[in-house]
Design a protein around this ligand. Structure first.
Ligand SMILES: Cc1ncc(C[n+]2csc(CCOP(=O)(O)OP(=O)(O)O)c2C)c(N)n1
Length: 134
């Protein structure tokens, strides 16, 4: 599996790869639906089960942020609970579906992290097709 590197932008696959290196593949990753979801599945080096939280084939845009908040709460290191890094790898379209969640406040509460990929908002005809080719 390969991706084209570019001088002018940080390509998303590379960003996810670096995220995976920095977190040693141990972070809990949540996603929305689209290209970022495919790349999140492909380029983060998952080391253990139960680290990939995604709606999969159900295709529920808006899933990533609330899922990340739930995971961050479940693994907040308080009252004997484990502490884990939680990262929402999200698309701008998926993120907007649930951004009414008060991000600043919930972030202060849980410390979860988001990796947002900005491209042409909500363009399903362009974004899933390359991943569906054999
Ligand atoms: C609630 C909902 N509405 C519409 C769709 C159809 N759909 C699938 S992917 C997509 C675009 C996703 O864009 P974005 O979240 O920015 O992700 P990207 O592909 O850019 O990474 C749409 C509209 C869906 N899966 N769920």
């Amino acid at each position: 599996m390969r991706y084209p590197m570019r001088e002018d932008v940080i390509v998303p696959q590379y960003a996810i790869q670096v995220l995976g290196e920095e977190t040693k593949g141990e972070a809990i990753i949540t996603t929305g639906v689209g290209q970022h979801q495919m790349w999140g599945a492909q380029w983060n080096p998952y080391t253990e089960p139960r680290r990939w939280i995604s709606s999969g084939g159900l295709g529920t845009m808006g899933f990533g942020l609330p899922a990340a908040l739930g995971c961050a709460t479940a693994f907040d290191g308080k009252n004997g609970r484990e502490s884990r890094v939680v990262v929402d790898i999200d698309g701008d379209g998926s993120f907007l579906m649930n951004c009414q969640v008060n991000v600043k406040r919930t972030r202060a509460l849980t410390g979860d992290k988001r990796l947002l990929q900005f491209n042409s908002f909500d363009a399903p005809s362009n974004n899933l097709r390359p991943h569906l080719r054999s």
